[in-house]
Design a protein around this ligand. Structure first.
Ligand code: SF4
Length: 211
């Protein structure tokens, strides 16, 4: 690799929450991509769009141009939410994953979460957003939502623990908040939920709900 190839470059990730965008959003972003001759564009595994390979000066200009597309997240909220098309748009869907995903994006906490919390919501048992490998994973059955906590798909993968089944929208949101509150209070030293659950254990987590 020559030194030119190794030059430090920057990326920007416009805010397409849950991978959703309107055609006019894409047109605006495309105009900016063409204007700055962005070297590479990519759909990320987090259902986001990344513009890659800019210089520091280009990055600043692009951030200004794409200010309206800053990712919208709640203050002290989760890192991101992935959601599949769900009941409204997929023939297998039995749960409104996009609607629930939006509510999860809006959850906020008294203090910043102690590490990244990634969320995956799927509208049926096929689990297209890999909820078993997310910090908070949720999928729908005909009886309601199943909540999984403490999964990770990184270098040390972990299948999350099933916390509860057959939940309504309100119940699953309340239980996500409870899981993350226990995580916040007991996560020492700070780590992702997967390592926390290895130390703390699913039984201890559930016992905390009864206190
Ligand atoms: S998880 Fe189910 S509802 Fe969602 S996209 Fe996959 S098959 Fe469709």
């Amino acid at each position: 690799m020559d030194s030119e190839t190794l030059q430090k470059t920057y990326a920007i990730v416009p805010g397409l929450n849950m991978g959703l965008f309107a055609p006019q959003d894409l047109e605006t972003i495309l105009q900016v991509i063409n204007k700055y001759d962005v070297p590479a564009t990519k759909i990320t595994s987090a259902q986001r769009l990344a513009l890659l390979g800019m210089t520091e000066e280009e990055l600043a200009a692009l951030q200004t141009e794409l200010k309206g597309y800053t990712r919208k997240t709640a203050v002290n909220g989760v890192h991101y939410v992935q959601a599949c098309p769900g009941l409204k748009w997929c023939k297998y869907g039995v749960g409104e994953s996009l609607t629930l995903g939006k509510k999860l994006e809006e959850l906020s906490f008294a203090e910043p979460l102690k590490a990244k919390v990634k969320v995956g919501v799927s509208g049926c048992r096929m689990c297209c957003t890999e909820p078993y490998l997310r910090d908070v994973g949720i999928f729908a059955t005909k009886k309601g939502w199943t909540l999984i906590f403490g999964g990770n798909g990184g270098g040390r993968p972990r299948i999350g623990d099933i916390i509860a089944k057959n939940l309504s929208d309100e119940e699953v949101l309340a239980l996500v908040k409870k899981c993350l509150s226990v995580y916040q209070e007991n996560n020492k030293p700070p780590s992702r939920t997967a390592r926390f659950m290895e130390r703390f254990g699913v039984d201890a987590l559930k016992a905390k709900f009864l206190e």
